[in-house]
Design a protein around this ligand. Structure first.
Ligand SMILES: Nc1nc2c([nH]c(=O)n2[C@H]2C[C@H](O)[C@@H](COP(=O)(O)OP(=O)(O)OP(=O)(O)O)O2)c(=O)[nH]1
Length: 284
């Protein structure tokens, strides 16, 4: 077997959580590579952020040879997205995007690892996935991520609080507007002008639950909302562990375990965060 690795990097004018969202967007897979003749499409999700388990189908022709690949997302975290080969003409293929904060900007490192067997099939595969082709594909992908992330970076932020207590997450059920009534979300709301995000988390939780919380760090990637804003989740804990949150303006508040997370009818934006919320519960 012959193992190949190619890497490409780019500096993007947006925070890590926003670049993480752009990496996960189906559009990055669908149009990011179109310029170099690769047709990609999300096989399992029409238009949203990819979650672990989603599959992508790619089709191209190299030197007149058709090349079809199906990959599966195995990780979609705040600072990394990775996928592996499900079917295609190679024994192994792994794609990894890793993010690191560089001040207010984000350094994206994209790498493709693949294995080709020795012999004629191996030579064919190496021609098919040539070095120049892969580098062009990675550069096109970074451009697509940059365009999306930089267009989202100026959006107003809605903070959501992932309050964890005794291994459970607090979810609340909306009472309005009609299409969202009965669906579940995290406490939170718009960040006001001049306010920082942790302060907005504390204020919104006080207004919605009548308890004081302490923000402890970010969770998952941002999620672009249909109203033109970005949803950004902060983990939090109760300042007084004995305090009991109340549903001030919601139908109900509920403490849910990791296993119960998928039982709730979450708002669309929150559905793509459920795997990150599960990780938060299993790691704390
Ligand atoms: N708080 C919160 N909002 C969410 C979540 N998911 C999600 O799509 N949203 C949307 C719903 C709203 O359009 C927006 C939150 O803004 P908001 O809290 O200021 O707005 P609202 O509609 O609840 O109430 P209003 O103050 O505008 O009357 O973000 C979530 O998990 N928590």
């Amino acid at each position: 077997m012959h193992v190949s690795v190619l890497r490409s990097t780019g500096l993007i004018e947006a925070p890590v959580a926003t670049v993480g969202a752009a990496l996960r967007h189906t559009r990055t897979a669908e149009v990011g590579l179109a310029g170099i003749g690769v047709r990609g499409r999300a096989a399992t999700r029409p238009a949203a952020l990819l979650v672990p388990g989603d599959e992508l189908v790619f089709h191209t022709r190299i030197a007149r040879l058709p090349l079809d690949l199906t990959t599966r997302i195995v990780r979609a975290d705040a600072d990394a997205l990775s996928s592996v080969l499900v079917s295609g003409p190679l024994p192994e293929l792994r794609h990894e995007s890793v993010l690191a904060a560089a001040g207010p900007r984000t350094l994206l490192t994209d790498s493709l690892h693949w294995t080709t067997p020795f012999g004629p099939l191996g030579r064919l595969a190496d021609v098919a996935i040539g070095r120049r082709f892969v580098l062009n594909a990675l550069a096109a992908r970074i451009d697509a991520v940059r365009e999306l992330a930089e267009s989202w970076a100026s959006r107003s932020i809605v903070v959501g609080a992932a309050i964890v207590h005794k291994g459970r997450l607090l979810a609340q059920q909306r009472s309005y507007p009609a299409p969202d009534a009965g669906r579940w979300e995290l406490p939170g709301g718009r960040v006001e002008p001049g306010e920082d995000e942790p302060t907005a988390v504390v204020r919104e939780c006080w207004e919605e639950l009548a308890v004081e919380v302490r923000p402890t760090g970010r969770v998952g990637t941002d999620v672009p909302l249909n109203n033109g804003m970005l949803l950004r989740i902060h983990a939090a804990e109760l300042a007084d562990p004995a305090a009991i949150p109340k549903a001030v303006e919601h139908n109900e508040v509920r403490w849910v375990t990791a296993d119960e997370l998928t039982d709730l009818d979450w708002l669309d934006a929150d559905q793509v965060l459920v795997h990150s919320l599960r990780q938060l519960l299993t790691n704390t």
